[in-house]
Design a protein around this ligand. Structure first.
Ligand code: PYC
Length: 399
């Protein structure tokens, strides 16, 4: 029964669905949307809070595909291409600005990592190349390119198709698309237990009642180990908060995304003029979502080394989100051999938002038709079989 009118509807909980997705962030909603494209519409998406409450609403909206491994590059390339057409597909203006993305290098070791990425990117058709400091200066006039900072800029990996998008709109648009095709999105619906009978998924117990299903997908960045624990599955996720901040609005000044792995910072400017800024994960694992003075101080100290011109900007808001990290800095997108019908999509670290379309697309394929080639490298058993997909050098500020 429909209870009110929004761009997605509220429904009573059905007793049974063909597929239940835990987590209504961009990945979960994209999975639901792409399932409907494959003809599977009897789907529920369960969300403990509200849609986009987790990482999808807390990230810094950066998109790029300049990864290091072949597996990562191909996957994020597919994601970026899906993003390029997403406003049209979902009929929703997502304000995707492909303004170009800099990863700065401040040491010979960092430059050698960036050169490897540039070469690997080029070999796979990704537009990404090395810039000299003088070329960087032309595109980022306010950057301090001198030898005065502790870590002078030695060069950059430049990736023209990278950019930023309106992250909330991505969540809303996928929610609307899935809803229109018949998916039930249940907010304030927390999964308390996972029911397994004779090695097969039988359903979930929620705070609103029990649901039977034969296929269950965990898509809960940050909370993956908690959800997997309910199914008795132990995977190598470790959860760290990642903090970010936004300044007041300033006239357009920064026209590209800038990342420095060495300084653990990144920044971009929104269409409204705010600077959106973040740095590395909290160094020890925890589930706290309060942002700290320590983060603010550390961000300010580091960003001023690059852009002294920012010494007077006013910070408006700061926050934290949860990242579940795997040992090789690549995700797990996998069926689980021990439990028929159970699928896990997690371990997105600090690089999950940009993966949302490809993550949803491939997860839907996996559930409907079997694991596509694109995501076979991301199966969970790679950790037992020594087939890691080492993306640490491309995780930007993930370490
Ligand atoms: O992987 O591009 C990235 C990123 C940006 C901010 C956090 N991670």
């Amino acid at each position: 029964k429909m209870m009110n009118k929004r761009i997605w509807k509220n429904y009573d909980l059905e007793k049974s669905y063909d597929v239940v997705i835990i987590g209504a962030g961009a990945h979960g909603l994209a999975t639901a949307y792409y399932l409907t494209k494959l003809g599977i519409t009897n789907v529920a998406v369960l969300e403990q809070k509200f849609i986009g409450y987790g990482g999808s609403g807390r990230n810094t909206a950066i998109l790029r595909s300049n990864y290091r491994t072949e597996e990562g590059i191909k996957f994020y390339d597919q994601s970026l291409k899906l993003y390029e057409n997403l406003s049209g597909d979902l009929n929703y203006n997502l304000m995707f600005s492909q303004q170009g993305h800099f990863t700065l290098g401040h040491s010979t070791a960092a430059m050698s990592g960036l050169v490897t990425r540039a070469e690997n990117n080029k070999a796979l058709g990704i537009n990404s190349y090395i810039l000299e400091p003088s070329e960087i200066q032309k595109m980022l006039p306010e950057i301090d390119i001198s030898d005065h900072p502790r870590f002078p800029v030695m060069g950059a990996l430049y990736h023209p198709p990278g950019g930023i998008i309106r992250h909330d709109a991505v969540v809303w648009a996928y929610a609307r698309g899935a809803d229109k095709a018949g998916v039930h999105i249940h907010q304030l619906t927390k999964v308390e237990d996972i029911l397994i009978e004779k090695g097969k998924v039988a359903g979930v117990v929620t705070n609103r009642g029990k649901i039977s299903c034969k296929k269950l997908i965990s898509v809960v960045a940050g909370w993956s180990s908690e959800v997997c624990r309910k199914a008795g599955v132990k995977l190598p996720f470790v959860t760290h908060p990642l903090q970010a901040l936004v300044t007041q609005s300033y006239k357009p000044w920064l026209h590209h995304v800038v990342v420095s792995g060495t300084l653990h910072i990144y920044l971009s400017q929104t269409d409204r003029g705010e600077l959106v800024c973040g740095n590395g994960i909290d160094t020890y694992p925890h589930y706290g979502m309060r942002s700290t003075l320590g983060f603010l101080e550390s961000y300010a100290a580091h960003v001023l080394e690059l852009f002294p011109v920012l010494h007077n900007v006013a910070v408006q808001r700061q926050w934290a989100g949860l990242c579940d990290m795997t040992p090789d800095y690549s995700p797990i997108i996998s069926s689980i051999d021990e439990i028929e019908g159970f699928y896990v999509n997690g371990g997105w670290g600090t690089y999950g938002f940009k993966a949302s379309p490809a993550s949803g697309y491939n997860t839907a394929q996996m559930v409907a038709e079997g694991t596509p080639e694109m995501i076979k490298p991301f199966r969970y058993n790679r950790f037992m079989e020594n087939r890691l997909v080492g993306e640490k050098a491309a995780a930007s500020v993930g370490s």
